[in-house]
Design a protein around this ligand. Sequence first.
Ligand code: F6P
Length: 546
Amino acid sequence: MHKLTELPAWRDLQSHYAEVKELQMRDLFAQDDRRFDNFSATACGILLDYSKNRIVQRTMDLLISLAQARNIATEANRMYSGEHINATEDRSVLHTALRMPRGDRLEIDGVNVVDAVHEVAAQSAQFTDKIRSGEWRGFTGKPIRHIVNIGIGGSDLGPLMVCEALKPWQQRELQMHFVSNVDGTHLAEVLAAVDVESTLFIIASKTFTTLETLANAHTARNWFLDSQATEKDIASHFVAVSTNKEAVSEFGIDTRNMFRFWDWVGGRYSLWSSIGLSIRLAIGNQNFDAMLNGAHEMDRHFIETDYRSNLPVIMGLLGVWYGNFFNARTCVVAPYDQYLHRFPAYLQQLDMESNGKSVAMDGSSVEYSTGAVLWGEPGTNGQHAFFQLIHQGTDLIPADFIVPAVSQNPIGGHHKMLLANCIAQTEALMKGKTLEEARSELAASGQSPAAIDAIAPHKVFSGNRPSNTLLLEELTPETLGSLIALYEHKVFVQGKIWGINSFDQWGVELGKQLASTVLQELETGDIGSHDNSTTGLLRYCSGFLD
Ligand code: F6P
């Protein structure tokens, strides 16, 4: 693979950046009354307006050349067809196969994985129906009313985010709970809210070796057995979702109550697999299938659509434009939909665990920035917290605004207010306010010339701050599926441009290794050799522990 910074498309982008970096979006809009039409695209019920970006047509042409030079379409085909593109773990990356319709074929080592996917999906669907209909009973004969998903990272964030996002589709008698943190407080608070006779625990862990999940699972099992329940009752209250049958069995869960998946499903890409069991239970099989369909539609859009109208390609390239040329080190995601309040947290793992890498596929160190810090909160709350910095701070922070045109809760004028705020924020970021405008506003409000001189500079907004708007027709299982898949593919595009492996996560290992040593030291009180900060902290803590 050619070095990114030596590609002609990259070099062209560097000189183009020097030419356009001072251009003002407000001027570009004034010069082109078709800018919205020229820089927007629609797919799968999602309109992407990217006209409020610091681009001209040539910028997009050059970015597209970069995507061509990096063979994004060919690379996507390699992923879809099951090649081992996760080279450092020697694995396929096939979350797209999880949303392929029954009857499709994708053969890997002589096995049609689509059949395997649908076989497990059918097992999950059957189980879901039994729980939701009340046919499945707890050890005292009561139907299940509480689902506690114990998992972390990809085995928590995706299911939790979707269950929150699709609340209007939830069977409300079933209460969903998620426990991820090894902090006992998390589990304790959930256990205090559930009732042992009507609670089902889903132990969700791809590897079934994750410390936090196993600690929580063991404590939950002890809590269960501390009631009237006996070992044989575990079968009706504990199920597992994993790729590791032996570990599940060792934990004491009957493997008939295990929902499997495969090593070619990355943790952060796993909500479409059995890891989504809690989602199925919450919203039912039909809605889960609609979500899969939405994602599959986006998979097809990504692979079949010309780069110029391809949502994931456009968003991925714009991220590269800001990250590598404008040196933007963070990006913000603001969903203007309370149901999407966990979406930024979910995206943090998807994006930052995937593209937080500094070594290229060939093992060399990269000489350019890769994944940006992603953060965000729902609008309009963010406007009253951190938007000040996005508008007037010293850093350029590209923003994604996500908003549905139709609300699930059309109460009074709320939705129009929400939409108005979302759209107005993108306008304000783009236009800004000049010193002249600030001065005339102050003059119009009757301020003295001295006050105008003193205050006006503080009221200036530089503007020219970029944003994408993702306008969903409505937030439904289908459009949510498409939206998530859109971000998955955006991450893929960026990983391919940067030439890194978006599908491993070695960076989480060192902390895990050290934690196991430190834990042993805290347990025994026998503190080994560390730097003096670590030793100081361990000694200090030890004073409080028995
Ligand atoms: O520590 C990171 C990680 O490996 C994530 O990639 C993964 O989603 C999470 O831990 C949980 O892993 P598991 O599902 O195997 O418990």
